[in-house]
Ligand binder design. Structure first.
Ligand SMILES: *Cc1c(COP(=O)(O)O)cnc(C)c1O
Length: 453
C-alpha cells in the first residue's frame, strides 16, 4: 500500500515555538497608542493580556519552550497528520508532489485550538477568572471555549449577528463548553449600542465584535481579552504546525519548494510557513516560495495599503502597522467567514512588504470548485477558508504541468467543513455569488485610516 499519511509519534512532538521576530528582514514597526501616537509598552497591554503573553508579543528569543500542560492538551489531537495528496495529483495530471497538513481533527475543527489552549493556559497561570472575546462564524469562539472550560475560566463570546442567527451549530458547541454567547452588536456595551443606534438591523462584523469584547475587558479588573489571530503571540503558538511539518517531511526526505496557506488574519499561514521561512531568512533556502491566499472580496494583501490602523471598528485597539483595507471596511458576506477581516498580521505584513512572501486572491465559486475536487479525490471536506489554500495549490500544480517541473508543494488544510454544509448547499444550488470589489470602493475606506505623522 502507498503511504498516504506521514505520522509523528507523540514523543516526537516539537517542544518549542518558533518566534520569527528576531529573524524578520526589517525590524517590526512598534504598535502605537492611538491617543498619543507613541509606541505601546507592556503596561498599556496589561488590562487586556497576562504578562507572559505580553512578553511573547515583544520577545526577541527565537525559540520559546512550550509548557508541559499545553503539550498535554495538544496531545489530544496532535501531532496532526501530514498527507500526500496522490489522488489529487493524479486528477490534475501534475508532476508536482502535493502535501498537506490537516488541522481539522480537534473538536473545534480548525488550527485555532493551538493558540486557544496556550492563551487559556497563560491566563490561568496569571489568575484570570474570565475572558471575553469575539467570534465571526464561531471557529475561534468554539476553540477558546474548549480551552477555557478545561482550565476553569469563564468565557463570554460576542458573535457576529449574521452568523449567530444563520450558523447556530458552533454557537451550540460553545454553549456545550459553558460559554455565554451574545449576538453582536449587542446592547451590553457602549460600542454595541452606538452601532445599533445607527442601524438597529446591523448584521455586525468582526471589527464591531472586537470593540465590544475589548470594551468589557478594559473596564473590569478580573477579566482579560483574547484574540484568535493577527497578534505576534498568536502567530507564535501556531508555529507548532510548521515545526511538526518539518519533521514529517524530513521523514520522507522532502522539503517544500512552495508553501501555501489561506490568510484571514494570518495565523494558519504563519503557523505552517514561519518555521520554513527561518531557513529562507537565516539559511540557504533562498528559493523557497511562500504564498498567502485570500478572497478577492477581502483582498487585504493584494489590494490593501500598508498603514497604521485599528484592529477594531470603533477604534479601541492600539494602532498596528499592517496591510489593511481600512477598519471601517465591512467585507461582502462570503462563506469563508474566517477570511473576512480588514487587516493582516503585522509579521505577515512585514514579510510581504519585504517581498519575502507572495499573495494571491481567488473568487468564491472557483474556490468551492477546488473544494469539491479535493473532497472527491482526498476524501476530506475542507472548510471554505482552507479551500482557498487548496485552490492556490491546484494553480501552482497546474503551472508545474505546463513547465514539466516536479516541484514539492505543501499547503495547510486549516480546518474541516462539516459545520459549513449550508455554504456547500448554496454552492450546489448555484446560489453562490462572486462579489466584484471595484478599486474605487476599496479606496473609499482608506480615507478613514488614522493619521499618524
Ligand atoms: C479562522 C480561520 C482561518 C483564517 O484565520 P487565520 O488567522 O488567517 O488563520 C482559516 N481557516 C480556518 C479553518 C479558520 O477557522
Amino acid at each position: 500500500m502507498r503511504n498516504n499519511q506521514i505520522y509523528l509519534n507523540p514523543s516526537e512532538m516539537p517542544r518549542e515555538y518558533y518566534n520569527i521576530l528576531p529573524d524578520l528582514p526589517t525590524p517590526l514597526a512598534m504598535p502605537l497608542n492611538p491617543a498619543t501616537k507613541q509606541p505601546v509598552g507592556p503596561e498599556d497591554l496589561a488590562p487586556l493580556f497576562p504578562e507572559e503573553l505580553i512578553m511573547q508579543e515583544m520577545s526577541q528569543e527565537r525559540f520559546i519552550k512550550i509548557p508541559e500542560e499545553i503539550l498535554e492538551l495538544y496531545s489530544l489531537s496532535r501531532p496532526t497528520t501530514m498527507h500526500r495528496a496522490y489522488r489529487l495529483e493524479k486528477a490534475l495530471g501534475t508532476p508536482a508532489k502535493i502535501f498537506f497538513k490537516y488541522e481539522g481533527t480537534n473538536p473545534a475543527g480548525s488550527h485555532k485550538t493551538n493558540t486557544a489552549i496556550a492563551q487559556a493556559f497563560y491566563n490561568k497561570r496569571a489568575g484570570v477568572k474570565k475572558i471575553v472575546t469575539e467570534t465571526g462564524a464561531g471557529q475561534w469562539g468554539s476553540a477558546l471555549s474548549i480551552a477555557t472550560q478545561h482550565f476553569g475560566i469563564d468565557l463570554e463570546v460576542y458573535m457576529v449577528k449574521v452568523s449567530y442567527d444563520q450558523k447556530p451549530y458552533r454557537r451550540t458547541l460553545m454553549q456545550l463548553h459553558d460559554a455565554k454567547v451574545y449576538p453582536s452588536p449587542s446592547d451590553r456595551t457602549n460600542s454595541g449600542r452606538q452601532i445599533l443606534e445607527k442601524d438597529p438591523n446591523s448584521p455586525g462584523s468582526l471589527g464591531v465584535a472586537i470593540s465590544e469584547a475589548v470594551e468589557i475587558a478594559a473596564n473590569s479588573s478580573d477579566t482579560n481579552y483574547a484574540l484568535g489571530s493577527v497578534l505576534n503571540h498568536v502567530m507564535l503558538h501556531q508555529t507548532i504546525i510548521g515545526e511538526e511539518a518539518r519533521l514529517q517531511l524530513a521523514k520522507v526526505d522532502e522539503y517544500p519548494d512552495i508553501i501555501i496557506a489561506s490568510a484571514g488574519g494570518g495565523s494558519n499561514f504563519a503557523g505552517l510557513s514561519f518555521p520554513f521561512l527561518r531557513d529562507k531568512l537565516t539559511g540557504d533556502k533562498k528559493d523557497l516560495r511562500v504564498i498567502a491566499v485570500e478572497p478577492s472580496s477581502c483582498p487585504t494583501l493584494t489590494k490593501g495599503k500598508l498603514a497604521y490602523d485599528f484592529g477594531d471598528t470603533v477604534g479601541f485597539t492600539p494602532l498596528l502597522k499592517m496591510f489593511t483595507l481600512g477598519h471601517t471596511f465591512i467585507p461582502p458576506a462570503i462563506h469563508a467567514g474566517g477570511l473576512r477581516y480588514h487587516g493582516m498580521a503585522p509579521t505577515v505584513s512585514n514579510l510581504y512588504e519585504n517581498k519575502t512572501i507572495e499573495a494571491a486572491s481567488y473568487h468564491q465559486i472557483e474556490v468551492f470548485d477546488a473544494a469539491k475536487l479535493f473532497l472527491t479525490t482526498e476524501g476530506i471536506l475542507p472548510a471554505p477558508e482552507s479551500a482557498h489554500a487548496i485552490k492556490g495549490a491546484i494553480e501552482e500544480a497546474k503551472k508545474c504541468t505546463e513547465r514539466n517541473e516536479a516541484k514539492t508543494i505543501l499547503f495547510n488544510l486549516s480546518g474541516h467543513g462539516f459545520l459549513d454544509l449550508s455554504a456547500y448547499a448554496s454552492y450546489i444550488d448555484n446560489n453562490l455569488e462572486d462579489y466584484k470589489l471595484p478599486d474605487e470602493v476599496i479606496m473609499r475606506y482608506f480615507a478613514d485610516l488614522p493619521v499618524v505623522d
